[in-house]
Design a binder for this molecule. Structure first.
Ligand SMILES: [Zn+2]
Length: 251
């Protein structure tokens, strides 16, 4: 199985063992805002931790970790141009499989500009992108997010993440891949099963988004278990828990 969106830097060593024992063999750890991201030096140190310490901690437990690096809307640092300019070079690292997570939180003009700059780089380099959608004002912000994506990048390069019943209808007819974050307080495994029953398994990838907020490192295997109990075919279970992510990230 692949957990397509985690924040390994916020989790203890033992979580990676639990994930590996439960059948997760690969995960993508995404850049976010674990500190006050006041300067680009802080952001770059965060990136460094993901590609070095966290990759090592996960690998030691049998979990192959890949990274997505980029400027999260909550971590736009003062001198953020340095980060934007560094992205093409960072993408040379084989472990970096996407720019992410990026996107909009409040749709401020600064957020929009930083988002567009990163989408353009990804489109030019044919790099994959993981796009965050917020908890607050989700439907409205996602409409703006969708419009900006369609104007700036081939939608086949994009995962739009944290999909729920409120926004799925606005996105399902486009060429995006859609991420379902199975997480306490957001979406239980059974909710994910209901969504997949209604919309099929072709477009979706499962993830836990484990972070310092309430989250469950076993979200993906627990959802797979619920899909088996709900009589999904093994080939459809494989699509959302591994095959779609493997094809998208080329891992
Ligand atoms: Zn996240």
């Amino acid at each position: 199985m692949i957990d397509a969106h985690i924040h390994a830097d916020t989790r203890p060593y033992e979580d990676f063992e639990k994930m590996a024992i439960s059948g997760i063999d690969k995960a993508i750890t995404c850049a976010h805002d674990p500190l006050r991201m006041t300067t680009s030096e802080v952001v770059l140190d965060h990136f460094h931790r993901l590609v070095s310490n966290d990759v090592k901690r996960a690998n030691e437990n049998g979990l192959k970790l890949y990274v997505a690096l980029g400027l999260h809307p909550r971590s736009i640092s003062k001198n953020h141009e340095i980060i934007i300019q560094a992205l093409p070079n960072l993408l040379q690292n084989n472990l970096m499989v996407a720019i992410g997570e990026i996107g909009l939180e409040k749709t401020s003009s600064q957020e929009i500009n930083v988002f567009i700059e990163q989408l353009k780089i990804a489109d030019d380099l044919k790099a994959k992108v993981i796009v965050h959608t917020p908890r607050t004002n989700k439907k409205e912000v996602t409409k703006t997010t969708k419009k900006i994506i369609l104007e700036n990048i081939n939608p086949k390069l994009v995962i739009i993440d944290h999909i729920d019943f409120d926004i799925v209808d606005d996105l399902i007819d486009q060429d995006f891949t859609l991420g379902i974050t199975v997480q306490p307080l957001k979406m239980a495994p059974q909710d994910a099963v209901n969504l997949l029953k209604e919309y099929g398994t072709d477009k979706f990838v499962l993830n836990s988004d484990i972070s310092s907020s309430p989250s469950d490192p076993l979200s993906v295997p627990k959802t797979v278990h619920q899909m088996r109990l709900a009589d999904f075919k093994e080939k459809d279970i494989a699509k959302v828990s591994e095959k779609n992510a493997s094809a998208f990230f080329n891992i």
